[in-house]
Design a binder for this molecule. Structure first.
Ligand SMILES: [Zn+2]
Length: 202
């Protein structure tokens, strides 16, 4: 069994950043995010909740068909560190099965709710087949920021390989995304999905 690695950024000289969207899929935000990403020929990675996926299965298919990655966040955003191993595995397996049902695929990317993990959580993720525990290096705190604050924070922290955490439940993020993609493009950067830089044979 391959050991799971915790990452906060990706080692690269390329001018790329990795946008990640947590807590979706969501019927309003996700289609708008997909449209913005398509318009700017960009890719991103979703860390989804199984509970959200159940109600939006066709959106999962859309994310996959547009060439983005879908990782697992948990089933219902419970704090995983407080659960017994078996229940953590259940949270991940259940969500993984929904992704597989909608897309026929598995991406080995995991991000626990609130970025909170311990050895037990990592063991559960490893047993469920995940290779990467994906944290972040830039957090614009989009759930309590204006679109302009989100954009400014990201542009001030633009470095090769940065992993940026965003959420699918804030109107600010929805408004910021097209402008953000345009601005990072002007600075010579591109938004890419994790699978374009992380391979399974690490
Ligand atoms: Zn979350």
């Amino acid at each position: 069994m391959a050991a799971i690695s915790t990452i906060r950024f990706i080692e690269t000289k390329d001018q790329v950043v990795f946008l990640t969207f947590d807590d979706g899929p969501e019927p309003i935000f996700t289609p708008l995010a997909l449209a913005a990403l398509k318009r700017y020929q960009s890719q991103a990675t979703w860390f989804i909740l199984g509970q959200q996926a159940e109600q939006n299965m066709e959106i999962l298919t859309d994310i996959c068909e547009a060439g983005h990655d879908i990782g697992v966040h948990s089933y219902n955003h419970v704090s995983l560190t407080g659960l017994p191993l078996g229940q953590i595995i259940q949270q991940l397996e259940r969500t993984k099965a929904l992704i597989n049902k909608a897309t026929g695929r598995f991406w080995p990317f995991f991000r626990p709710p609130n970025g909170a993990y311990n050895n037990k959580v990592l063991e559960a993720a490893e047993l469920t087949g995940f290779l990467w525990n994906v944290m972040w290096s830039v957090d614009p705190r989009d759930y309590r920021s204006s679109p302009q604050q989100i954009i400014n924070h990201i542009l001030m922290n633009l470095h090769p390989g940065t992993i940026i955490v965003l959420h699918e439940v804030t109107p600010s993020t929805t408004q910021a995304l097209p402008i953000l993609l345009q601005e990072i493009g002007k600075r010579g950067y591109r938004a890419r999905s994790l699978s374009q830089y992380l391979t399974e044979d690490k």
